[in-house]
Ligand binder design. Structure first.
Ligand code: ADP
Length: 441
């Protein structure tokens, strides 16, 4: 089992202690970051992301709690050890580039090596190699002024990299760049993570970068609101299976970062039910689906609300469509209860493999929903597949693929369209079946 490279234990950071403007910027923050992970601190401006970053950098001691990097407390270091820490262990890049305007690009990049006592020749060779690598090899002799924002930011990637630190911190590094330069810098950071296996902590308030991360740490009001593993990336940290299960939920969470899991469930249901509705109707559907998902109204009341006139608070949805929506919602919610039951047993390590009655029930639901007539072999394969998906052994993509893979290749041989319908449907059951109430996040 690999050890975390960074451990943050119950860290609180208070600015201006005892003064009128005392401010609690970090509030009992806990996290563990593993070597080679790409971590994003995500949250709105002012929520306390950079505060944690600077604490890791060794320039902002915790007011209480402890931080350990590679098992050591950097705040116990001597001045000399701290210099080594901030060159060999940690490198940082900022949104403002902090290059020295009177020095050439090459000198700016190689400056940190001076503190390491590396001779000029070697500095130059390594500096040039890095500039080449980041696509700015021909600019070494120029002053920072002569380069574009994107080029400058690549200079600062090179600079943060020059002493080959194990951890790179990046504080909104692309916040000031046009989108093309931003993408280039983000790709460079990604490469440093994938190829050089550096641990990266990136601070951003822009959701579009979240897919780069192994795990996203949502920060809000100085607290860690939740930690979400990216299901598209092979995880380095140990991640609870339950948390990697629902791809669509995670995807929705990326688009709606501040919705709670229960609100995301509503969104997911709406995505499933709606095609051509007005915004007003969609808004109303969310409201009424939430009531139904929360068990506050019955299927019949839901139907009434959907079909009633606008004046009376209804949505004027055609009765046949509304009827189907009410039926579908009811069915998914009912069937999802079995997913919930199964998952709870799984969590208690109390599951009975693919012969479990609940799995067989779920198999029945899927077969009924799509009126499937299956022979023994395919039925067994579908049951196993359901078991694997619900237990978190397969991702959504694998589930889908197995459905349409030919029988000879171990699949179920459905058409792609049918496979995709079954997958969508089953994901709905999974989402609605995941417990969200009473668990904090
Ligand atoms: P983020 O990186 O999420 O934008 P920061 O960690 O920079 O947030 O800041 C969190 C809060 O702490 C902000 O409200 C900010 O105004 C406050 N803050 C940051 N630095 C200081 C400081 N040196 N003194 C007092 N308050 C500060």
């Amino acid at each position: 089992m690999i050890e975390p490279i960074i451990k943050i234990k119950d860290v609180s950071i208070v600015y201006n202690i005892g003064k009128e403007n005392e401010f609690h910027a970090s509030d009992h923050v806990n996290m563990e970051i593993y070597p080679g992970e790409y971590i994003i601190f995500f949250g709105p401006s002012g929520c306390g992301k950079s505060t944690i970053l600077y604490c890791v950098l060794g320039v902002l001691p915790p007011t209480s709690g402890q931080i350990l990097v590679k098992g050591e407390n950097p705040y116990a270091y001597s001045a000399q050890e701290m210099v080594r820490y901030q060159t060999k262990v940690i490198g940082i890049m900022y949104q403002a580039f902090y290059l020295i305007p009177s020095l050439t690009i090459m000198d700016n990049v190689t400056l940190p090596m001076i503190f390491e006592g590396i001779p000029p020749n070697e500095r130059k060779i390594r500096g040039q190699a890095l500039l080449n690598r980041f696509g700015i090899g021909q600019h070494g002799h120029k002053l920072p002024d002569a380069l574009s924002g994107g080029q400058i930011q690549r200079v600062s990637v090179a600079r943060s990299f020059i002493n080959d630190p194990q951890i790179i911190l990046a504080d909104e590094p692309v916040g000031n760049l046009d989108s093309k330069s931003a993408d280039q810098v983000m790709d460079t950071l990604d490469e440093i993570n994938r190829v050089d296996k550096k641990t990266i902590i990136l601070v951003t308030h822009d959701a579009k970068y979240l897919p780069y991360a192994h795990r996203v740490i949502y920060v809000r009001d100085g607290k860690v609101a939740r930690i979400v593993p990216n299901p598209e990336k092979k995880q380095i940290a140990h991640v609870d299976k339950q948390k990697t299960l629902v791809t669509e939920m995670e995807q929705l969470a990326k688009v709606h970062p501040y919705l709670s899991p229960s609100e995301l469930k509503v969104k997911s249901m709406i995505n499933y039910l709606t095609q051509d509705f007005t915004l007003e109707q969609l808004g109303g559907l969310e409201k009424y689906s939430k009531l139904m998902i929360d068990g506050k109204i019955t299927k019949d009341r839901f139907y009434e609300l959907l079909t009633a006139s606008f004046e009376s608070g209804g949505l004027e949805i055609r009765p046949s469509v509304a009827r189907e929506m009410a039926e579908k919602t009811d069915r998914v919610l009912m069937q999802a209860k079995d997913v919930g039951r199964y998952r709870r047993r799984l969590e208690r390590n109390n599951f009975f493999g693919t012969e479990n009655k609940l799995i067989i029930k779920l198999l029945g639901y899927v077969m009924a929903e799509f009126e499937l007539q299956l022979d023994g072999l395919i039925k067994k394969r579908l049951k196993d597949l359901i078991y694997d998906r619900i237990s978190g052994l397969h991702k959504k993509a694998t589930f889908l693929k197995k459905l349409y893979l030919p029988r000879e290749e171990g699949g179920l041989g459905f058409s792609k369209e049918r496979a995709s319908q079954i997958t969508q449907y089953f994901e709905k059951l999974l989402i609605q079946g995941i417990e969200t109430e009473g668990k904090g996040h």
